[in-house]
Each structure stands twice: as structure tokens, then as C-alpha cells.
Design a binder for this molecule. Structure first.
Ligand SMILES: Cc1cc2nc3c(=O)[nH]c(=O)nc-3n(C[C@H](O)[C@H](O)[C@H](O)COP(=O)(O)OP(=O)(O)OC[C@H]3O[C@@H](n4cnc5c(N)ncnc54)[C@H](O)[C@@H]3O)c2cc1C
Length: 462
């Protein structure tokens, strides 16, 4: 092993790569990691973290409006986009430094360079113009927004990456896509006062989530003033003489906006990295194919995180990293567990969800009980805001296990984290029922819905 420069070389300094480098180095391995852009990766630099900061920024107008019912008079508020961007930059720079320091503090070496595979044990560091060797190699290069080269005028469009650093806040924006990134940005821009239209080719936003939540969120977003056009796709984007953009839709409508943001999926970062030369198997979408332990078809090369296109979430990349270190270095083969992953959509209102949707549960189980409560949260009684909260439990009638929990409303993401524990533990509806409520909260509905709202037996609702 000492014949190599390192025991482990990690390519990509994002959520997964940094965790793996840190853990392996702390375990006494000789580790190096290369990052071509900024340590922290998508999540820290242009994903979860700046996104959530912008979500907070966009929520203030509603807080100001809601304050009146509680007796407050709030003077007319104004918003300064450059201040938000600058403060976000400061926070991101702080986190970036921490990520790098964490690797180095554990004894790992960091390189600011693109890394390319030369052979199964050699890595070329472009910025350093030198080749290093490693016994084990971990690819954690993440993904990037999918471009849309077939769209005439695609060169005028932006993606989530650029959105965080726009020179000025647009007056009007069209966002194409129906996934969580498109939906979250539609809410962010609307909250910041931008005239926002969401254009989605499918029948309802947020496919794969529970249909009840999808419809309720759609309605609430429209009531707030966000236009949502389903069954629609842009056919072209043209620049107008006034410097605006005309997006021509398949519906025949033309939207005149300042920015068009495409959020139509993400592609794995596997190009021009020497993977083909080394013989690493890729899927049709370009993702790295791995076995259940995150090992590629080349024995000493592994891949984790978004580049493998399994579940594209930060905690999943981190979990896969920890499992990789157990398997590769601690003689403890550990397959990542992708079952029952709690997740949130930071829309407004928020979605928090874990386990099976109602439709998926009906496909898998012959007897499904649905417990459903839709109500106005207490906070909105005095604020007068016409917004409902939705709480739903999906239960397997035979075993009584709670197999899905879905929430739409304030703090739903926080609740999903906590619900992840009983669902992962396989607890039953009876366990929920004998849990004391916390009053007055919205979450108390989770333990006080004693009777099913309806039941679906062999596909029939009764
Ligand atoms: C807008 C947005 C919002 C998101 N919000 C959430 C959220 O709320 N919650 C959540 O869980 N997830 C969220 N995600 C997803 C999350 O960011 C990813 O799942 C996570 O970052 C994946 O981690 P990773 O380590 O696989 O890759 P990444 O974090 O993408 O890191 C890969 C790194 O590799 C580097 N790299 C690529 N090629 C090379 C090379 N050849 N040499 C050297 N370096 C290279 C890249 O520059 C990058 O820094 C969001 C993503 C986006 C885009």
C-alpha cells in the first residue's frame, strides 16, 4: 500500500466527498481530496444552504402582513437584493472555510484542482500539472443543472447556479420545471415581489410526492399569486428590443419576462474525467453504476452521492460516504440504506414527507387506512391568512404500521425529521395513538386522528 502516495484520493469536495475524506483521514488513512470549484460543493455553495437563506428572505412580506392581526403596525418595508446576495456570500465563504478546515484538521490534504483519472491508481491534478497515485479512489463529483440545447434561445436562460447571484432582482420570471428546485424558487421569487410563472410539462407539480399535498400546494401557491401552467413547455425564448425575454409556450401563450430559469433536472458530473479510459461503467444518463456498497465495476474505485443518481440529497451523500469508509477501510461492509428517507420541500407552505404516498401504498398493500386532517393553523386565526395545513398518515391496515406521513404547512420539514424516526422504527398507528399530544400545536394532529378518514381495500375506497 505504501507504494502509493495516498491510501485514498477523493475527487469532489462536496457533501459526500468531504465527509469521506474527513472520516478516512481521522481513521489514520493517508487521504487527499481535490475540488475544482469551491469546497462545500453544491449543497453549501449553490444548493441547500443559500436556497434556505433565500427562502427565509422571501418569507418576510407574509410575516409583516400577518403581524397586523396581532396588533402590530409595520411601516412600509423595502427589500435590497444586493444586501441579501452579499450577506449570503459571507455566510457561504464561512462554511466553505470550515469544510476545508475539517478535512485538513483530520489530517487530510486538500487540492484546489480539477482531478482526472489517468489509470486505476493514478489521478492527474490539472491545476498542479502533476499526477498522484492512490490505493483507493472515491468519485464524488456530484451533478449540475441539465442544459436544454434543443430550446431555441436556451442561451438566454439561467439555471439554479446563476439564480443565486443575479446582478438585479428580475421584475418578472418564468421558471420551467415541476421538481422541488423549480417549486422552491417560484416561491422565493414570488415572496421577494417578483411576478412569477411556473411552467411544467406534467399534470401536477412535484411528481413522486403525495397527490393530496401536490394539489393543495398548487392551489395555495396560486392563491398567493404565483401562476402555474401545467401541461405546458417552452418552445423558444427570444430577446426583445427592450431587453426582455419572450418565452413562447406550447399552449400558444407568450410570456414576457426578465429572466427564464430552467430547472428541468440534473446531470451527473462524469464527463472528461477519464472514466471511459479506465473502463468505469456508466448508466444511460451518464451516472456512475455502483453495487450496493458504492463500488464501481473497477475494484478499487468507488462512487457516492449525486454522481451515482441514486437519491440526490445531501444527507444521503453523507450517509453513503460513512458507509464507504466502513466498507473500504474498517473491514465492515456496510450498504447504504435508502429506505424511508424523510425529506422536505421548502415551498411556502412547506412540505415535509416520509415514507409512501397514498397512491404508492395502495399499489403495494391490499388494505390501506388514511388519516387526514385539513385545518387552519392557529397562527392564521388572528392573522386572517386564508391558508390551510394538511396532515396525513398512511397506515397498513394489516400490520397497523404507519408507512407514510405527509405534511403541508409551517415547519413541515422540521416535523418530517422527527417523523422519520417512528417510521424508520416501524412503529404502528397504536404507538402514535398512545403518545401524548403537545398542546396547542399543529403537530398534535399526528397523535389525535383516532379514526381513519377513509380506507382503501384492494384498490376500492370505502
Ligand atoms: C438548488 C438546489 C437546492 C438543493 N436543496 C437541497 C435541500 O434542501 N436538501 C438536500 O438534502 N439536498 C438539496 N440539494 C441537493 C444536494 O445539494 C446534493 O444532493 C448534494 O450536494 C450532493 O452531494 P455530492 O457530494 O454528491 O455532490 P456535490 O455537493 O455536488 O459536490 C461535488 C463536487 O465535486 C466537484 N467536482 C466535480 N468534478 C470534479 C473534478 N473532476 N475534479 C474536482 N472536483 C470536481 C464539484 O465542483 C462539486 O463541488 C439541492 C441541490 C440544488 C441544486
Amino acid at each position: 500500500m505504501a507504494a502509493y502516495d495516498y491510501d485514498l484520493f477523493v475527487i469532489g469536495g462536496g457533501s459526500g466527498g468531504v465527509r469521506a475524506a474527513r472520516m478516512a483521514a481521522a481513521f489514520g488513512k493517508r487521504v487527499a481530496i481535490a475540488e475544482e470549484y469551491r469546497f462545500g460543493g453544491t449543497c453549501v455553495i449553490r444548493g441547500c444552504v443559500p436556497k434556505k437563506l433565500y427562502v427565509y428572505a422571501s418569507q418576510f412580506p407574509e410575516h409583516f402582513a400577518d403581524a397586523a392581526g396581532y396588533g402590530w403596525t409595520v411601516p412600509e418595508a423595502s427589500f435590497d437584493w444586493p444586501t441579501l446576495v452579499a450577506n449570503k456570500d459571507k455566510e457561504i465563504a464561512r462554511l466553505e472555510a470550515i469544510y476545508k478546515k475539517n478535512v485538513e484538521g483530520s489530517g487530510g490534504e486538500t487540492f484546489h484542482s480539477r482531478a482526472v483519472l489517468v489509470d486505476t491508481h493514478s489521478i492527474y491534478l490539472v491545476a498542479e500539472d502533476r499526477t498522484v497515485s492512490a490505493d483507493q479512489i472515491l468519485i464524488a463529483t456530484g451533478g449540475r443543472p441539465a442544459p436544454h440545447p434543443a430550446l431555441p434561445g436556451h442561451e438566454y436562460c439561467i439555471f439554479s447556479n446563476e439564480t443565486f447571484d443575479l446582478k438585479e432582482l428580475p421584475k418578472a420570471i418564468m421558471i420551467e420545471g415541476g421538481g422541488y428546485i423549480a417549486v422552491e424558487f417560484a416561491n422565493i421569487f414570488h415572496g421577494l415581489g417578483v411576478d412569477t410563472t411556473l411552467v411544467y410539462r406534467g399534470q401536477e407539480i412535484l411528481s413522486r410526492f403525495d397527490m393530496d399535498l401536490r394539489r393543495s400546494l398548487h392551489e395555495t401557491m396560486e392563491r398567493k399569486g404565483i401562476r402555474i401552467l401545467c401541461h405546458a413547455v417552452s418552445e423558444s425564448v427570444r430577446k426583445t428590443p427592450e431587453g426582455k425575454l419572450d418565452a413562447q409556450l406550447t399552449t400558444g401563450e407568450t410570456l414576457t419576462v426578465d429572466q427564464v430559469m430552467l430547472a428541468i433536472g440534473r446531470l451527473p458530473n462524469t464527463e472528461n474525467m477519464g472514466l471511459e479510459g479506465v473502463g468505469i461503467e456508466l448508466s444511460k444518463t451518464g451516472a456512475i453504476v455502483v453495487d450496493k456498497y458504492s463500488r464501481t465495476n473497477v475494484d478499487n474505485i468507488w462512487a457516492i452521492g449525486d454522481v451515482t443518481h441514486r437519491v440526490q440529497l445531501t444527507p444521503v451523500a453523507i450517509h453513503e460516504a460513512m458507509c464507504f469508509v466502513e466498507t473500504a477501510f474498517k473491514d465492515n461492509p456496510t450498504a447504504p440504506d435508502h429506505d424511508t428517507i424523510p425529506t422536505a420541500v421548502f415551498s411556502q407552505p412547506e412540505i415535509g414527507t416520509v415514507g409512501l404516498s397514498e397512491d404508492d401504498a395502495i399499489e403495494r398493500y391490499p388494505d390501506v387506512e388514511i388519516y387526514r386532517a385539513s385545518f387552519r393553523p392557529m397562527r392564521h386565526t388572528l392573522s386572517g391568512r386564508d391558508e390551510k395545513m394538511l396532515i396525513k398518515l398512511v397506515v397498513d391496515g394489516a400490520s397497523r404500521k404507519v408507512i407514510g406521513a405527509h405534511i403541508l404547512g409551517p415547519n413541515a420539514g422540521e416535523m418530517a425529521q422527527l417523523l422519520g424516526i417512528p417510521l424508520k422504527a416501524g412503529l404502528t398507528k397504536d404507538d402514535f395513538d398512545r403518545t401524548m399530544a403537545v398542546h396547542p400545536t399543529a403537530a398534535e394532529e399526528l397523535v389525535t386522528m383516532y379514526k381513519p378518514t377513509y380506507r382503501v381495500k384492494n384498490g376500492e375506497r370505502i
